[in-house]
Design a protein around this ligand. Sequence first.
Ligand code: BES
Ligand code: MN
Ligand code: ZN
Length: 491
Amino acid sequence: MTAPKLALSDTAVTETTADVVVIGTVQQGEGFALAPGSDAVDEAFDGTLVDVLKTLGATGKAEEVVKIPTLGRLPAGLVIAVGLGSEATPEQVRRASGAATRALTGVKRALTYLSAVDLHAAVEGTVLGAYSFTKYKSSENGDGSVARVDLAAEGTKENKAVLKAATAIGEAVTTARDFINTPPNDLFPASFAERAAALASAAGVTVEILDDKALRKGGYGGILGVGSGSSRLPRLVRLSYKGPKASKKVALVGKGITFDTGGISIKPAANMDEMTSDMSGAAAVIASVLLAAKLKYPLEVIATVPIAENMPSGTSYRPGDVLTMYGGKTVEVLNTDAEGRLILADAIVRAGEDAPDYLIETATLTGAQVVALGKRTAGVMGSDEFRDRVASIAQAVGEHAWPMPLPDELRSDLDSRVADLANVTGHRWGGMLAAGIFLREFVADGLQWAHIDVAGPAYNSAGPWGYTSRGGTGVPVRTIAAVLADIAENG
Ligand code: BES
Ligand code: MN
Ligand code: ZN
């Protein structure tokens, strides 16, 4: 959890006091070449580095890690060559930096030349690759992450600004990961709200917390209904940041289910533990406002975060209940496991009252997202133009996402016998889109909005890869950061 100390360095590789030197390799035809920046390292090997690497089985394929002892040729004892695949794109640099950093555990100081390919990506990949969640281990198994990484780059004003921004973005992702990885017995609505508030106050971000009493007074029927089965009562957290010369107002909303059992429509036991990650959307938007404040984006950013625990009990809401949502619309609950959209509906209406220019909302909303797009590609829905803008920015920053439609014919499938609408359709097709259509009913008219379903991408249940650790991934923090930066620049 301790982030490595990062610094720009233009010290020659023959002079560095780093213990390990990291370089990149790029596939080329049948073979591979050294990535830009590795010339001086190659010289120390009399120009034989590619041959040495070949002997060791290197191919340059993405995230391949090959270690070469320097045997006195360089002051550093070890060179790590990490594959960039066939094209050294920023995302490949990020992944290679992550993979290299994961191979640096126990190392005091490393010097990387991946920064010579792309400084911003190398910084993000290094910060994220160094991340691990050890808070609940009585002893840190292994050596812990690398203590210090020098990034080969001149200390220009521009490079310093890149280092600062990329470090802040990487740390915002790790803030989200920490929230997600905190187990649900310790992270419940009140404690989540308090932790978010503590970080916000420290960052100069304004905090408002509505507890259950305030939620009742305000008429937040969705949040209260979902939260009614738990002894740990729900919250609505509002975090506001107003930057210097704020040009646009952006509303953020994120799903904060601290644990999703499904409620009375209870989930099967297999993998239910992963529902500790059902507050990933909330974690991402909280981290994003803090980041906006840290980087002083010239925007007004207001996060509205509904937080509840979805539990079955004698006080739970039931299938058949009708909830009166914030703003007055009524919803018939046909499945208590479709709870995310209920808490989000309240929050989206509340967020709309601030008359924002844009609304970005994100949630681990549907298993159907995972079925449609898999574990690494988020589904983006919303108003056409903004949806496409968010999806293409997400692709560009390497948090894969794809635009999805909201087909009108699905709306009538949400018609309810007794209420304004039902929370689920009576069929299984288009489940991700049906959830988006449900949310659309609560978005203020004319508001440009994007809904990012990260049910798959938010949580890595497999082994670590690239810069992605096991558990919470922090997706889509980098997308939100990039969209905010884009709005700040282009309106
Ligand atoms: N939190 C889940 C969605 C989810 C599933 C997230 C898998 C991450 C991984 C959500 O609350 C849920 O249970 N959705 C239901 C909706 C259904 C009842 C219409 C689902 O997807 O099965
Ligand atoms: Mn659910
Ligand atoms: Zn859920």
